[in-house]
Design a protein around this ligand. Structure first.
Ligand code: GLP
Length: 244
């Protein structure tokens, strides 16, 4: 779906999320959301905060799982996805802090595999993700599933692509400071979500969006796997859609 600009698109996506939360509330059920970081979803989070403040949308029944976190990474670090989520969403809504899940960047190496398995189990014990939000990296990654990721991959420790680390270098004051690894939900984890929304804005994303939507399905561009899903929507602004 192509919208004239990212503000209109973000408001539409926020409305889809709000409706899901309300529907689940009526049924007395939790809404299980997969969330993303990066600049792309910020407008959606702003709109959700507005709906909380102005329309009394409650997040009491919302349980969240974030896609990824750098490794190693302290939650107190300004570059952590924990800090990002607190600042851009969680600090401004009435979500129960116990309902927030973000991969733990402080684990000892030998504890990561067990943590990742438990992350998957927690999601499936809740009946799976109702909705997964995605951005897209210029390597075609979703979450931090870089080129080479298998379609059935689960939550795991990965090595970041050089281009991804270059793109993150501004946040870290130099590429040398960007962690080399990350913990990410897998392509398989993402695929199990009942609804997937991938958002992309601006000309900067036009070329990777063309590859993701129209390119040959391949591990070289992990987002091309989404072509195999019948419950994914690409939400784009006109610039990101301009090469389609
Ligand atoms: C990071 C995140 C991804 C995100 C991507 C794009 O790599 N791990 O989940 O989609 O950045 O970021 P942006 O939205 O800032 O373009």
């Amino acid at each position: 779906t192509v919208y004239p600009n990212q503000h209109i698109a973000s408001a539409k996506v926020a409305r889809i999320i709000a409706n899901l939360i309300l529907e689940k509330q009526k049924a007395g059920l939790p809404a299980v959301l997969g969330l993303a970081t990066g600049a792309t979803p910020v407008g959606v989070y702003k709109e959700l905060i507005r709906l909380h403040k102005e329309e009394a949308l409650s997040f009491k029944n919302v349980i969240t799982f974030n896609l990824d976190e750098y490794y190693p990474m302290k939650p107190t670090s300004v570059q952590s996805y924990v800090a990002f989520m607190n600042e851009n969403l969680f600090n401004h809504i009435d979500i129960d802090k116990n309902n927030i899940h973000i991969p733990d960047g402080t684990l000892a190496l030998e504890d990561i595999a067990a943590f990742c398995m438990a992350y998957e189990t927690k999601i499936s014990d809740l009946g799976g993700l109702d909705l997964q939000l995605l951005g897209i990296g210029r390597t075609g990654h979703i979450g931090f599933n870089e080129p080479g990721s298998a379609p059935n991959s689960g939550t795991r420790l990965v090595t970041l692509d050089d281009l991804t680390r270059s793109d993150a270098s501004r946040d870290f004051g130099g590429k040398g400071n960007v962690p080399v690894k990350a913990i990410t939900m897998g392509i398989g984890t993402i695929f199990k979500a009942r609804q997937i929304i991938l958002m992309a804005w601006s000309q900067k994303k036009a070329s990777i969006i063309k590859k993701a939507v129209e390119g040959e399905i391949s591990a070289e561009v992990p987002s091309t796997y989404l072509q195999l899903s019948d419950h994914v929507e690409f939400v784009l602004d006109e610039d990101a859609a301009s090469f389609l």
